[in-house]
Design a protein around this ligand. Structure first.
Ligand SMILES: [Fe+2]
Length: 267
């Protein structure tokens, strides 16, 4: 396989009740619109990466809805939890029959490591000692293998004060570990409902739009953006190269205009 096409979907915020909305968006509908748009844009991906906040209500039914929506792609789906998820419920619902919760995966020449940053009752994230140790074991075991590390919370500040307050609490420890393992080519996250692509030496840090509503970049408070639901393609070349592109649903119409919402927006 010369390269692996990975489709990232993040922050679907699904409910058990598929008629429910968040940020004026029906999240079940917007996820299906994303999958349809992606299917029209490129050949079927080799794998899907879901970087957290899969469920808004943490119910088994919401995860079952996600499983049913993703089944249309007929590709393995690698998942990790966000702050809104219920990790134990998610792990049960999204394991087996084409789905994997956290852990690791080999994608062509690449290693994918999926990390859990969930902290109960906290919108910010933290990598527990066990997760950092697991990551270090993986990186020490395969120093020559290009590696993609996925987690929900970005380890960098994006310039939005309210979002930056809810990032990864031990980001410096995480980035310090990665700096000792240059085979890690990129870190990919969700959580911030916006696309960003930052370079730190040989390391690339990517964030991605949500499959539902977006936050406007560079704001002090939570302000909704009027961009449509989105997703990210990540092409992992077997020589260690990585190419990526964000996709936006092209024919999206909102039921209501975006609101200028003040408040934490992360509860
Ligand atoms: Fe989140």
């Amino acid at each position: 396989m010369p390269s692996v096409q990975l489709l990232q979907v993040t922050d679907p915020h699904l409910y058990a009740d598929e008629t429910r909305e968040i940020y004026d968006t029906n999240t079940a509908h917007s996820l299906r619109a994303v999958l349809k748009d992606a299917a029209m844009a490129r050949p079927r991906p080799h794998a899907v990466l879901a970087t957290g906040d899969v469920a808004e209500d943490g119910t088994p039914e919401a995860y079952a809805n996600f499983r049913r929506a993703l089944a249309t792609l007929e590709a393995p789906v690698y998942c990790l939890p966000g702050n809104h998820d219920a990790p134990a419920t998610m792990a049960t619902a999204l394991s087996g029959q084409g789905f994997q919760y956290c852990g690791r995966a080999e994608l062509g020449a690449w290693l994918l490591v999926l990390l859990d940053t969930h902290v109960p009752e906290d919108p910010a994230g933290l990598l527990a000692d066990g997760e950092l140790e697991r990551l270090e074991r993986e990186l020490r075991a395969a120093p020559g293998r290009p590696t993609l590390v996925a987690l929900h919370h970005p380890p960098v500040k994006l310039g939005s004060a309210w979002l930056d307050a809810y990032g990864l609490r031990n980001a410096s420890r995480f980035l310090g570990l990665l700096s000792a393992h240059p085979q890690v080519r990129a870190v990919v996250t969700g959580h911030v409902h916006q696309a960003a692509d930052h370079g730190f030496g040989t390391l690339r840090v990517l964030t991605s739009p949500s499959t539902c509503a977006q936050f406007k970049p560079g704001t002090r408070h939570c302000v909704m953006d009027d961009r449509p639901p989105g997703y990210r393609w990540i092409t992992l070349h077997d020589d260690g190269g990585l190419a990526t592109e964000v996709g936006w649903v092209s024919d999206w119409h909102r039921a209501a205009p975006p609101r200028d919402t003040r408040g934490p927006g992360m509860g």
